[in-house]
Design a binder for this molecule. Sequence first.
Ligand SMILES: *Cc1c(COP(=O)(O)O)cnc(C)c1O
Length: 396
Amino acid sequence: MATHKDEGAWRPRTRAVRGGQLRSAFQETAEGLFLTSGYAYEGPEEAEARFQGAQGFTYTRYGNPTVQMFEERLAALEGAPCARATASGMAAVTAALMCSVKSGDHIVAARAMFGACRYVIEQVLGRFGVTSTLVDGSDVGAWAGAIRANTRLLFCETPANPTLDIVDLRAVSKLAHSAGARLIVDNAFASPALQRPFAFGADIVVHSTTKYVDGQGRCLGGMVLCHEDFLVDHLQTFLRNTGPAISPFNAWVHLKSLETLDLRMRAHCDNAEHVAEFLSRQQRIRSVRYPFRSDHPQAALARTQMSGGGGVVTFEIDGGKEAAFVLARRLKLIDISNNLGDAKSLITHPATTTHQRLTPEARAELGISDGMLRLSVGLEDPEDVCADLAQALGAA
Ligand SMILES: *Cc1c(COP(=O)(O)O)cnc(C)c1O
């Protein structure tokens, strides 16, 4: 099995379709699903050689041909030197964090982040003597002010969930490097079709491939993308021995989904822009957030680091929780779900679901109000999504 020799010269859309492909002796056109946990050896000498590091697979916790194709294809898309797939986005985040700090180190992270990431940074790493400071990710001065002598890691998500705040990746990676720290970027919301953080100085990129990479809400997956020294010195040994390996089946689903990622993301962006525009004209909607709209406070920055605004629109309805619940309850097409990045449009009320565990003060600090709704705009005809919102608003 061998990869294609011209791969390095391919443009991103070609890499998304053909990158990393390994063909078996059958010369299959579609990537093979190697649903196997182990591998047989020609003889004991070959087994011995493999365990000494010779090319080839030994056990699926260590590596698998289907998983490797998924890793190489996503690495090619991100412009990353190395990639390792994991069972979920949280397994990827946890591995990247655990491999980046040790007891006594300090982390600076953007406050607006996925709740489970905050739990790992504050609660899990906190128990092992790692301290952290949370800052307003959109304020470069706040990042600079929070860095200490023992800061070894900066962590952010951009655009952030659910406020769609943007972090200036170029400025924050500069701050990290001048402090001798690494920058980890959670790129789940944009996907590599719209944003490649390595181009702006990120050291590590993590993904929940459960979201836009899958794109059809079928299975969980994650990825850590990094430079070779981090892989060899930290990540590879950690993953092999702690075992957050992705199922080859899930890796195959996500690998095949990468072939249509670019097309889907463009449609998600077009549809989200259309729905955001519709919402901005509704009397009962107080505000609409979408990264590429001119009324987003960081629209100019978003346009320098993203090639599209993404598929998520966040808006606030007059009347708080009551009005938000009435709107959600009346929807007929859009599903109520805390997931996102699906072909189906999904709506969630962050204050009572994804951000329920935070105190009202912490939610206020993040700009999450009781009237806020997060809409993951799908691939339906956007006129039908708007019509559903219109009928629900009329009734709300
Ligand atoms: C969903 C999500 C995660 C966690 O991913 P799972 O695949 O659900 O484990 C992490 N970060 C962001 C930004 C996410 O949206």
